[in-house]
Design a protein around this ligand. Structure first.
Ligand code: NAI
Length: 461
């Protein structure tokens, strides 16, 4: 009898298993493919490694302004792919180390009852019994009827990060987080990139003033972007993918590229894992229903991560793993599930937490909005890659509480956490303005926007 059996070795599964085992619980974790799941193998880790390389290359080119003439003789796209794979491997090894006290079983697991799991491994079926079961099976990329994934020409992020050589040209369908990050990185490396989005702008979850900055920068980097664009078909002709799209004005275009990347969202992995047998309630779109402490309607079965629905983010999965494992270990007062920040590693970076203006309008919440531009920051003046159009924006309630913040600009991915802390701890905009921020740093944008909101601006008139 185990204390905990975990289905799935992604961020939600591995962290819950590692924490429970570190407290002396008997834990088994079942993984059908690779430990680390989407984030480690085909998501966060390879993407950020690619982004790091392309940003560095971009800066190298900008150094010409400072008098450097650098002659890059060649780039080996094969070696770059290998370099990314090594980062993934290192990250996966880290996960293995965390799981050293967990029995890791390679195979496909299915619930067989409220406390039973059946695992198909090569050549055998094992029956496990456990006090608790955590379902952390994650999500799979979706595709669309007009661009079915064939794994060779039409691919998802998974096949993309398994390519032995980064493609010379790509058509990306979907300008969400994955589409924008990969399009940005490849364009910075001088690859030919088409970006096709069905809506009228990229990053639909940000406010339009934020996505407008991202859109202009995508175009500046040479990405050919098409909004209100419907993908009609993808045909492979003489080893080239020809994507036919129709645009809002009725015109039709054919985009030719080596690969087509489909990045139109993900679906929770709820099918074929025995949820019906165990009596767990779920929905094929929004995933497994969980209550407080990540417990499903079956008291011995918990769920965490992408399988519990949006936002499908690794840090949301990690937090849910902490809550679930705290519950199993009997700890009182788990940490809260919100606010969950979201970051996009575009150029410039985008980060947000709490309510956007669109959310506030839908919820009928009254707010005031304040914006501070990066051009007024000393640190931005010193940067090689300046965020000329960047800004931090904050939504403040009538009684001075911070409802939400969005940052588009250099280091936005790091800066947003000050606002996360402020929202999590119910701090006021005055609390945020009261902090002394080091000069010259990007962090000053936080103090500046907070001072502006108080009606006491500093480096702006
Ligand atoms: P997404 O939901 O972020 O974006 C999908 C995009 O595809 C949307 O803009 C949507 O309008 C568009 N789309 C849908 N159908 C389309 C069609 N037929 N033709 C053209 N465009 C279409 O999903 P994405 O980018 O696939 O990412 C999946 C998940 O992974 C998301 O939950 C995302 O937040 C997460 N992720 C997070 C990252 C981060 O935190 N930095 C990085 C990458 C992914």
């Amino acid at each position: 009898m185990y204390d905990l059996v975990v289905l799935g070795g992604g961020p939600a599964g591995y962290l819950a298993a590692a924490r429970a085992s570190s407290q002396g619980l008997r834990v088994a974790l079942i993984e059908k493919k690779l430990l680390g799941g989407e984030c480690t193998n085909w998501g966060c880790i390879p993407t950020k490694t690619l982004v790091e390389v392309s940003e560095s290359f971009h800066r190298l080119k900008l150094m010409q302004q400072a008098g450097f003439s650098l002659d890059i003789k060649s780039i080996s796209w094969e070696q770059l792919s290998e370099y990314i794979s090594r980062a993934v491997w290192r990250s996966r090894e880290g996960v293995k180390t965390l799981l050293s006290d967990v029995e890791v079983i390679e195979g496909f697991g299915r619930l067989a009852g409220p406390r039973r799991v059946k695992v198909e491994t090569t050549g055998s079926v094992r029956d496990l019994e456990s006090r608790y079961i955590l379902v952390a099976t994650g999500s799979d990329p979706r595709d669309i009827p007009s661009a079915r994934v064939d794994g060779e020409y039409v691919i998802t992020n998974r096949e993309f990060f398994e390519l032995k050589r980064l493609p010379d040209s790509i058509t990306v369908i979907g300008a969400g987080a994955i589409g924008v990050e990969i399009a940005t990185a490849l364009a910075m490396l001088g690859r030919e990139v088409y970006l096709v989005e069905i809506l009228e702008r990229p990053l639909y979850f940000t406010d339009p003033d934020v996505s407008a900055v991202v859109e202009r920068n995508l175009r500046r980097l040479g990405v050919k972007v098409f909004f209100k664009a419907v993908t009609k078909s993808v045909e492979i002709v003489d080893g080239v993918a020809a994507t036919t799209i129709s645009l809002g004005d009725g015109s039709v275009k054919v985009l030719k590229s080596e690969k087509v990347l489909v990045a139109v969202g993900r679906k929770p992995n709820v099918e074929n894992i025995g949820l019906e047998i165990a009596g767990v309630e779920y929905d094929t779109k929004s995933g497994i229903k969980v209550g407080e402490n990540m417990v499903t309607n079956v008291p011995s079965i918990l769920a965490a991560g992408d399988v519990t629905g949006p936002p499908q983010l690794a840090h949301k999965a990690l937090r849910e793993a902490v809550i679930a494992s705290d519950y199993i270990m009997g700890y009182a007062s788990p940490p809260p599930r919100t606010p969950i920040p979201q970051v996009v590693f575009s150029h410039p970076q985008v980060a947000l937490v709490g309510l956007t203006e669109q959310d506030a309008a839908v919820a009928g919440v009254s707010y005031k909005v304040f914006k501070f531009p990066y051009v007024a920051l000393g640190r931005n003046t010193t940067a090689l890659a300046k965020s000329s159009e960047g800004f931090a924006k904050v939504l403040v309630s009538d009684d001075g509480k911070i409802l939400g913040a969005q940052i588009v600009g250099n280091e936005a991915s790091e800066l947003i956490h000050v606002f996360c802390l402020a929202i999590a701890k119910n701090l006021s905009i005055k609390d945020v303005a009261d902090v002394v921020y080091t000069h010259p740093t990007y962090s000053e944008v936080i103090g500046e926007v907070a001072s502006l909101a108080l009606g006491r601006p500093m480096h702006i008139r």
